[in-house]
Design a protein around this ligand. Structure first.
Ligand code: SAM
Length: 261
């Protein structure tokens, strides 16, 4: 029951004010370069003026990076507290991005985009295949026929290997201790997360749930939503995933139909 509720719940509300401090080591600029390389490999480059949809944008780090590169960006996220941080950052940096609160499995936007991205295992937070299929269908509807959808997932291997069981360095601004427990039958991991904010002494605990999807499941759900996989990569590399890849990137595109040659 807790897991079912979690699928719809904002699992990031408590974390939002500390998310960017926690992510300080994440090379978001390099991620944007990598996404651009994948789009180029699929022969549909991201350029100035490209309309880009950043799904599960969180605090908008990737969205704002592409806005700085001249893209017209919309960021969408379930968590209003995460979007508050994104809006603050956009204002601080003088960047324009439309930031929309919505659920991946239940959104429709008034315009279409050249490309959509969804990064940092955000799709693993959709805990039921039906929700993921609906999210894919919504992405399909949001893309122009020549669009690309680039996303990453934590693999079954990553969750089976309990890669979420982690402890931060003791000198981190936001210290954490995470312990994950993977249920192989349900393909869902439960991560008990303990945080300590060094500056304020604030301490809090939250629980996150993620579901692992096999490559075959992802392809099938994408297909049912009218999207086909063009390319897959071991994360941040330009080589194919292997059985021990913990994160895989997918480059998918709307399936061409008779009406859309
Ligand atoms: C790990 S964070 C990644 C944020 C951002 N993409 C990044 O790279 O920093 C996952 C994000 O997914 C969002 N999320 C989870 N479930 C969602 C849903 N059903 N609809 C929209 N956003 C969702 C969370 O609110 C959170 O901001």
């Amino acid at each position: 029951v807790a897991r079912r509720a979690a699928a719809r719940e904002d699992q990031f509300a408590r974390l939002a004010p500390h998310y960017d401090a926690l992510m300080a080591p994440v090379p978001y600029q390099a991620w944007a370069d990598y996404i651009s390389d994948l789009a180029l490999l699929a022969q549909r480059p991201i350029m100035e003026g490209t309309r880009l949809l950043d799904l599960a944008t969180g605090t908008g780090s990737v969205a704002l990076e592409f806005a700085a590169r001249g893209c017209e960006v919309t960021g969408l996220d379930l968590s209003e507290p995460m979007l508050v941080e994104a809006r603050r950052k956009a204002e601080q940096r003088g960047l324009r991005a439309e930031l929309v609160q919505a659920d991946l499995s239940d959104f429709r936007l008034p315009r279409q985009y050249n490309h959509a991205v969804c990064l940092y295992d955000s799709l693993n937070y959709l805990l039921e295949p039906e929700l993921l299929e609906r999210a894919f269908a919504n992405v399909r509807a949001a893309l122009v026929p020549t669009g690309l959808f680039i996303f990453d997932v934590n693999t079954v291997h990553a969750l089976e290997a309990e890669l979420f069981t982690q402890t931060s360095p003791t000198n981190a601004a936001v210290r954490y201790r995470w312990v994950s427990k993977y249920d192989r039958r349900k393909c869902i991991t439960e991560v008990e997360m303990h945080f300590e904010v060094a500056q304020t002494g604030e301490v809090f605990d939250i629980v996150h749930y993620q579901r692992a999807y096999t490559d075959a499941e992802l392809r099938s759900l994408l297909h049912r939503a009218g999207l086909d996989v063009l390319l897959t990569f071991a994360a941040y590399r330009l080589t194919a995933p292997t059985v021990t890849s913990d994160r895989v990137f997918y480059v998918a595109a709307p399936r061409a139909t008779a009406e859309e040659p």
